[in-house]
Design a binder for this molecule. Structure first.
Ligand code: ADP
Length: 192
């Protein structure tokens, strides 16, 4: 089972991914986390990614796609993936489809967390205090991430909608409340 967890910055993708992988025995692949890991370890990829992330811009597609595919390969024995923060562009969505199809696999569903913009900004401001993430601390960068999301990432929704794979979930409320909503959708995908 392969699921794309979709939503704007601050929607709760990371938090919910962690709960979902535990319950369903899936592998969590967060492109943001992988980039941050590379930055921390001062790899070449990290140094490159940082120049984009600090501004709230997307890391170029060819770099992100190559990295993501390598991570999937590394976890070849996995029973499925939660893709968190990927695909973020139509190009990435197409690449993921081609890549999975070549393995006789596919994306089963895109679960989208829907949260109003004012709430997103509040959450990111809160998160900046604990995350230590430079891109959470700067209001201009936050606004740019939301703009980039609306311009470049939102079209990915239509991509999966056309395939009948797009499901919206209300991202407001407590963590467990949102988790229950997601589980109901996942359970409906794979009847027990
Ligand atoms: P958030 O969803 O809160 O913005 P992420 O951790 O998912 O945080 O991403 C942080 C940053 O990493 C993004 O602003 C972007 O610069 C980079 N990034 C993450 N995933 C991708 C991707 N799929 N394509 C391009 N850039 C990405």
């Amino acid at each position: 089972m392969n699921i794309v967890l979709f939503g704007p910055p601050g929607a709760g993708k990371g938090t919910q991914s962690k709960l979902l992988i535990e319950k369903y025995g899936l592998t969590h692949l967060s492109t943001g986390d992988i980039f941050r890991y590379n930055i921390k370890n001062e790899t070449e990829l990290g140094t490159l990614a940082k120049t984009y992330m600090d501004k709230g811009e997307l890391v170029p597609d060819h770099i992100t796609i190559k990295m993501l595919e390598a991570e999937v390969e590394k976890n070849a024995g996995s029973s499925g993936f939660i893709f968190d923060g990927f695909p973020r562009t139509i190009k990435q969505a197409e690449a993921l489809d081609n890549f999975l199809n070549a393995k006789g696999s596919q994306i089963h569903s895109m679960l989208a967390l829907v949260v109003p913009e004012t709430e997103l900004k509040n959450r990111l401001k809160e998160r900046a205090i604990t995350s230590g993430r430079a891109d959470d601390a700067n209001p201009t960068v936050i606004q740019n991430r939301i703009d980039v999301y609306n311009n470049e990432t939102l079209p990915v929704k239509n991509y999966y909608q056309t395939d009948g794979k797009y499901i919206e979930v209300v991202g407001l409320g407590g963590i467990q409340e949102v988790f229950s909503r997601l589980c109901a959708e996942v359970d409906a995908l794979v009847p027990a």
